[in-house]
Design a protein around this ligand. Sequence first.
Ligand code: F6P
Length: 331
Amino acid sequence: MTRRRIGILTSGGDSPGMNAAVWAAVRIGAGAGMQILGVRDGYKGLMDENVVELTTDRIEDVLDRGGTFLGTARCKEMLTEEGRAQAVRTIQKFGMEGLIVVGGDGSYQGARTLSQRGVPTVGLPGTIDNDLSYTDYTIGFDTALNTVCDSVLKIRDTMRSHDRVGIVEVMGRHCGDIALNAAVACGADYVLVPEMQYAEEFDLSNVARRVEHIYRTTRTYATIVLAEGVCYDMEHRAHVFRRRLEAATGHSVRETVLGYTQRGGSPSIYDRRLAINMADRAIQLLAQRVGNRVVGRRGGEIFDMDIMEALNMPRTFDRPLYDLANRLAGD
Ligand code: F6P
């Protein structure tokens, strides 16, 4: 009896837990009588017909590995008609009856166009940014948050020793979730996120006022978390912020841009569980030939919904959490 073939790819910026999702899809798929094919380097692998069979042996040691062993890429061809047609040709050539796409919103657009062309496709949210409104958590967010918090606390140690203000810039493009959650978890003295409209760049006067208040009343060091989405187009934004804050307060300020450390590392237990549960749902859907869905987690429950509906959901901002961050900082 021929086994049904399902493809899987990871796309966009990598995130810890992508490998766990592939691992679970292969294991669960094998149990359900499916053969899982891995597409290398995201949609690019569909352009280049770069497809490998994923046996349970092959994926054995990837569950807790960071990055994505399948590779990933941002694929411009998927934005063109010709590229999409080529993707479908590759899918047909390898006999894939469905596809799992692990990635962010750009990757979901590709998944939608494939579903429209008759390939049942299911999206799993793989991005550290947590910027997909339809789900409470994306795969990789928790690990990135743990990495960020570890760094913030280390930076605070040395700021304390030197009576300095530490600015920590974190990822998140247009989403402040990493910054906000890390600020609360670390008790940062100020958090700047792209969702807030500030009267001036870096909300400078308010940050300076808070730093001065802290130095006058409590301690002579402070920690500020800056989301990269604040002044996103400014080059060396953390450095510019540092100079301005130094000028405004007269205190010694240092900046650290955490950068790509946030995307690496072994996935946390939470991210592994999330990835495994979500991959399980994806396999269940594809076993029934159901596509054009994305999987999420809300209120502790795994669910699936229409891709377009998910993409059209308005961005939400956890304003109560932002207010809590400020209250924790003594506002
Ligand atoms: O994975 C999401 C993200 O990390 C963003 O926060 C960041 O701006 C972007 O990817 C940068 O990724 P790259 O340099 O790989 O395009």
